[in-house]
Write a protein that binds this ligand. Structure first.
Ligand code: FAD
Length: 467
């Protein structure tokens, strides 16, 4: 049966995965409806994720650099911060991008339906809109409904001083003492912002290192710097209780490095995100979902229904925007009949901390666990002319290669702009480059990109041109 509306392709959720899928499907000639519950397109990434966080991190970097240039003989006075203006600028950034998406949708005649969708049958969604409920039928559906923040049960979330990343991005005030629960990427990025704005930061992490997904030696330069700048970093520690009093939030800890109870003005909960698999009625029509809430998909992003696809955060880890967009394109192409499948060799990860941490492909830990015959080379930025002249030589560039073929298997970079630098190693991996290929590619001097080239030269035993 046909619904009130019908499309060849219906996309549920307009985040990076959903809008990319919708636009690609439209470009391939499909009639597309894109369903989104919020007033703006762009999902978590554009509205309360990647983009606003990077806008604020840009400001944090300027403040920190202005402070540190004092060591080089230049003194600025203390910054005056207008949260109102800063917030307005952040909103302008978001607005430019989300408005851009509206235009791109219009150009392609992608119909946007604002409302909350639920599956009612394998060919129908019911969408609650402002003007009432509408049924939307489809030949194909792409689920791109994303993820939500995790909450540790039993903590007093109704207290406005306890915020998540969305609350932190609102910039309502700068707490004097901020506790960040969770030392992963999102927690550390927000800590970087608030530290620059003047908060004293403490971090508590349940695992034995910050950013547990990355290799331990890559995290060292970050840890060392944060240890100096932040009040406390508690590893192997968890929060057992928050006692919310008028005078502050008193937090109890448990674990190897547990401190006595401490009091903070504000707490940022950054303990990860979970997929929205169980929130869209998918289980009611028999779509397979794993116990974490990820919708199960094959390498063409099909669910157990061959005409229903799932992409992005809801379809598996890593929960990153560039994975969502890659999958969005792919699902649309599969629907259009292209013979394509997910065959990316790696998905890079970046923590936009200070210094940045970026990695891709195999980590050393994974190489060891998988019994791969690998070799690792490290180039310390203390030997990079560019890093030294930027007064930021704490970084590190590492390449992991197959010991026999010398082909690159993975890379990790810690340092200023590591997120930009990792792209070269991604290309090398996709192209099947070996250490000789990288070491024979002339890199501009003096740049941080040379650190990748120097690492390859170390692997080849040809390094002479240090600095
Ligand atoms: P989402 O962006 O979550 O979009 C899903 C959309 O579906 C939402 O708009 C939602 O409203 C809509 N929706 C859900 N259910 C329904 C329904 N029933 N009906 C209608 N609409 C619905 N990733 C990076 O790669 N780089 C970064 O720097 C980065 N920084 C981040 C910083 C923060 C603070 C956060 C929270 C996340 C960050 N991420 C980053 C992660 C990134 O935001 C996500 O991986 C990305 O947004 C996932 O895209 P998606 O399309 O799968 O889902």
């Amino acid at each position: 049966p046909r619904g009130d509306l019908h499309a060849e392709v219906v996309v549920l959720g307009a985040g990076p995965g959903g809008y990319t899928a919708a636009f690609r499907a439209a470009d391939l000639g499909k009639k597309v409806i894109l369903i989104e519950r919020y007033p703006t397109l762009g999902g978590v990434c554009l509205n309360v994720g990647c983009i606003p966080s990077k806008a604020l991190l840009h400001v944090a970097r300027i403040i920190t650099e202005a402070e540190e240039v004092e060591n080089l003989g230049i003194t600025f006075s203390k910054p005056k911060i207008s949260l109102e203006k800063l917030d307005a600028w952040k909103k302008t950034v978001i607005h430019k991008l989300t408005k851009g998406l509206d235009t791109l949708a219009k150009q392609r005649e992608v119909k946007i339906l604002h409302g909350t969708g639920q599956f009612v049958s394998p060919h129908m969604l019911q969408v609650i809109t402002e003007s009432g409920s509408k049924s939307v039928s489809f030949d194909n559906c792409i689920i791109a409904a994303g993820s939500s923040v995790n909450r540790i049960p039993g903590l007093p979330y109704d207290d406005p001083r306890i915020i998540d990343s969305t609350g932190a991005l609102k910039l309502e005030k700068i707490p004097k003492h901020l506790l960040v629960i969770g030392g992963g990427i999102i927690g550390l990025e927000m800590a970087t912002v608030y530290a620059a704005l003047g908060s004293k930061i403490s971090i508590v992490e349940f695992m034995d290192q910050l950013i547990p997904g990355a290799d331990a030696d890559l995290i060292k330069p970050l840890y060392k710097r944060l240890k100096k700048r932040y009040e406390a970093i508690y590893l192997n520690t968890r929060v057992t209780n928050i006692n919310a009093k008028k005078s502050g939030l008193t937090v109890s800890f448990e674990g190897e490095n547990a401190a006595d109870p401490q009091t903070y003005d504000s707490i940022l909960m950054a303990t990860g995100r979970h997929p929205n698999g169980f929130k869209i009625g998918a289980e009611s029509i028999g779509i397979q979902i794993d116990d974490k809430g990820f919708i199960r998909v094959d390498n063409q992003l099909r669910t157990n229904f061959s005409h229903i696809f799932a992409i992005g955060d809801i379809a598996g880890n890593p929960m990153l925007a560039h994975k969502a967009t890659y999958e969005g394109k792919l699902a649309a192409e599969v629907i259009a009949g292209h013979k394509v499948a997910f065959d990316a060799r790696a998905i890079p990860s970046v923590a936009y901390t200070d210094p940045e941490i970026a990695w891709m492909g195999l980590t050393e830990r994974e190489a060891r666990q998988q019994g791969i015959d690998y070799e690792k080379v490290s180039f310390p930025w203390a030997a990079s002319g560019r890093a030294i002249s930027m007064a930021r030589d704490e970084g590190l560039t590492q390449l992991i290669m197959d010991k026999k073929t010398r082909k690159i298997l993975g890379a990790g970079i810690a340092g200023v702009n590591a997120g930009e630098l990792i792209a070269e190693t991604m290309l090398a991996l996709e192209m099947g480059a070996d250490m000789e290929d990288i070491g024979l590619t002339i890199h501009p001097h003096p740049t941080l990109s040379e650190t990748v080239f120097f690492a390859a030269e170390i692997a080849e035993g040809t390094i002479t041109d240090l600095f």
